[in-house]
Design a protein around this ligand. Structure first.
Ligand SMILES: Nc1ncnc2c1ncn2[C@@H]1O[C@H](COP(=O)(O)OP(=O)(O)OP(=O)(O)O)[C@@H](O)[C@H]1O
Ligand SMILES: [Mg+2]
Length: 266
């Protein structure tokens, strides 16, 4: 049933520019993601990962194909309606945290509510801040926090509206290994205990290994995937097995060394 999926992409294509200089960033993506699933997206630089995320999140419009979020068709949706949907039903986490420095932690977290024209729900803000381990930092400003703490604020902000999907583009890209695993544990826990749906772009096999499924993009197409073993799935909070990280790394290496059509044409 259509409404059962958190995210659906059907024949999604994205072309930048036209004619001889056109770039085919996505060449027909078909994908359905369940509510409560955690998906990582990997691929060489320029393979279309960010474009995929932007199109799936309604931040950019595909050239062709259809995107549904929580059962709602967003293709062709008017800009103001799409903006409203993004503010309430989608959460975003970026590599660069994207917090507003002049606002407190709490004000940053309730921002999506304010932007959507709702009253900021301070109890809900306290709840998500507690969940990311920052209950006592609500009055601070982002500049007074470490990188990992700032990213946890961004995750709290992404979760505050109980979105259908959280999209994350390299959420651990600016963090050291230890802080990165805290963030990944947090995303994993939001899926396992809150039923969140997460789609995360990463170039790091150790980060991707936390997901239920890793999708491999090459030259604008999903060419492969790798699933986490069912056996390791419910070891709550346990980091992924080393062997799984190695499998993902090996798959990535074979992607980046295999000759592609684009490479041959260049
Ligand atoms: N606004 C744009 N205008 C023109 N071409 C673009 C634009 N954005 C992306 N592209 C091109 O589309 C292709 C896919 O880019 P995209 O940013 O999705 O790659 P990526 O997989 O996220 O790469 P990276 O790992 O370097 O972030 C690339 O060839 C890129 O140059
Ligand atoms: Mg990118």
């Amino acid at each position: 049933m259509a409404g059962d999926w958190a995210v659906e992409l059907h024949g999604v294509r994205k072309r930048y520019g036209r004619g001889r200089t056109a770039v085919h960033a996505l060449r027909g993506i078909d994908l359905t993601l369940r509510h409560g699933s955690y998906t990582a997206v990997m691929g060489p630089s320029g393979s279309g990962k960010s474009t995929f995320l932007q199109c799936a999140a309604g931040l950019d419009r595909p050239t062709a194909g259809a995107v549904r979020l929580g059962g709602t068709e967003i293709t062709g949706m008017k800009e103001n309606k799409l903006t409203a949907l993004r503010r309430t039903r989608i959460g975003f986490v970026f590599q660069a945290f994207n917090l507003l420095p002049s606002l407190t932690v709490e004000q940053n977290v309730v921002l999506p509510m304010r932007l959507a024209g709702h009253r900021p729900d301070r109890r809900r803000a306290a709840e998500v801040l507690a969940r990311v381990g920052l209950a006592d930092q609500a009055r601070r400003r982002p500049g007074q926090l470490s990188g990992g703490q700032q990213q946890r604020v961004a995750i709290a902000r992404a979760l505050v509206t109980r979105p259908d999907v959280v999209f994350a583009d390299e959420p651990t890209g600016a963090l050291d290994t230890t802080t990165a695993s805290e963030i990944l544990t947090l995303l994993r826990r939001s899926v396992d205990t809150q039923g969140a749906t997460v789609v995360m772009v990463t170039h790091d096999p150790a980060a991707a290994a936390w997901a239920d499924r890793v999708l491999f993009l090459a030259d604008g197409e999903i060419i492969d995937h790798l699933d986490r073993d069912a056996g390791t799935h419910h070891l709550h909070g346990a980091p992924p097995a080393r062997s799984h990280v190695d499998r993902i790394a090996a798959r990535m290496t074979s992607l980046t060394t295999a000759p592609t059509c684009a490479g041959a044409a260049a």
